[in-house]
Design a protein around this ligand. Structure first.
Ligand SMILES: *Cc1c(COP(=O)(O)O)cnc(C)c1O
Length: 382
């Protein structure tokens, strides 16, 4: 009997850095600086250097990173925020929490990322309808693959919109030799444990090249604090990254480049084994996937159920990201229906993908042989 292969593994890495982790955590415990310890600024500098951007601001989660970025732009009632219908719920939740309206955009069947032609059509429809102001585009780098940032940036520049990169699944990915973090006006990262750089709890960061935005983010994450501690300049939130998570992330950063390289090798091994048998996420020219997840597209839900059962029988993990497009979720359906006169156009690709996609084991502590074995089980069950 062969060994199980987990979808994620958040523990294997610990063995490599356990002493360093224990030492760093003990240092924070000894210091008593649990909030705003020097480790937070140290991590921010390392993140900015890694991404090649000017500023990094640590925050409490990827969701809060998105929220702080939108609060800084003053996004709220009357504003249309364009985002893909095929993504994690947090992307759509944030504009609604702020009183803005999410406008769901379809994705491409090949890349699973936002479809630029559909984005243009929906921006035009919102303009024609006249009730909402086109304010922002949130591009999601789904499963680690960069969205078409050249096109999104050009559209945002033309229409005076805010370009926000939800790179929660894609830290480490790059496009045209620039890492994510220096595309868009701002980039949101998540350090949820299973993301490419994961903490031992919640955490996130905002990356930007804009000094004014970075300063606003620092203020907003600390209750809108001004230049002195009890000056409150604006309505903010409690959105800080805590010192323990920052120090854990510093220890993990020492392994990050090597882990990314292994994710890329696994992605290549899967692509080589699976191309021609199932749909694989297509990599556009110039894009480097960080492989937060490795996701295939099967012909239909029945085939997917069969493949998933065969994997499970071999103790190989798999997952469905995502089983429902956001506009079909009860929380969002009403907002979707009401935002454009005559009703919005259908989101056919997003709807189809939800019945077809399957994510296979992807973490840097599995081998290329594991990927090849998982791929063979998939092919055997088709
Ligand atoms: C994980 C994720 C988030 C939210 O990150 P949290 O740190 O869990 O709040 C947002 N967007 C996408 C696309 C994600 O995958």
């Amino acid at each position: 009997m062969t060994a199980p292969i987990a979808l994620f593994d958040v523990k294997a890495q610990q063995a490599l850095i356990r002493e360093d982790l224990d030492r760093r955590i003990a240092a924070v415990l000894d210091s008593g600086r649990f909030i705003n310890g020097p480790e937070v600024a140290e991590l921010e500098e390392k993140l900015a250097t890694f991404a090649g951007c000017a500023h990094a601001v640590g925050v409490s989660s990827g969701t809060d990173a998105l929220q702080i970025a939108m609060m800084a732009e003053g996004i709220g009632p009357g504003d249309a925020v364009f985002l893909p219908a095929f993504t994690y719920t947090a992307t759509a939740e944030v504009p609604l929490v702020l009183g803005a309206t999410p406008i769901f955009v379809d994705v491409e069947a090949a890349t699973f990322n936002i479809d630029i032609a559909d984005l243009e059509a929906r921006i035009a429809a919102v303009k024609k309808d006249g009730r909402l102001r086109p304010r922002a585009v949130v591009g999601v780098d789904l499963f680690g693959l960069p969205a078409n940032w050249t096109a999104i940036e050009a559209i945002c520049a033309r229409d005076g919109m805010f370009a926000l990169d939800d790179a929660a699944q894609a830290f480490g990915a790059s496009l045209g030799n620039r890492r994510l973090g220096c595309w868009a006006h701002a980039t949101a990262l998540s350090f949820y444990p299973t993301k490419t750089l994961g903490a031992y709890g919640d955490g996130g960061a905002l990356l930007t090249n804009d000094a004014d935005r970075a300063e606003l983010y620092r203020s907003l994450r600390t209750h809108g604090e001004g230049k002195t501690r009890y000056a409150v300049d604006r309505t903010g939130m409690n959105g800080r990254l805590d010192t323990l998570q920052a120090t854990i992330l510093l220890a993990k950063m020492t392994l990050f480049e090597g882990e990314l390289a292994q994710r890329k090798r696994l992605g290549a091994a899967y692509d080589a084994a699976l191309s021609g048998h199932v749909g694989v996420q297509a990599t556009p020219a110039g894009a480097e996937n960080a492989y937060g997840l490795y996701t295939i597209r099967l012909p239909d839900a029945a085939t997917r159920a069969r493949v998933q059962a065969a994997l499970s029988e071999q103790k190989i993990g798999s997952g469905i990201y995502y089983p429902k497009p956001l506009h079909h979720q009860p929380a969002y359906a009403a907002h979707h229906a009401g935002c454009i006169a005559g009703g919005p156009a259908p989101l056919r690709v997003s709807e189809a993908l939800c019945g077809q996609v399957l994510s296979l084991p992807m973490h840097p502590y599995m081998s290329e042989a594991d990927a090849t074995r998982a791929a063979a089980v998939v092919i055997g069950a088709l």
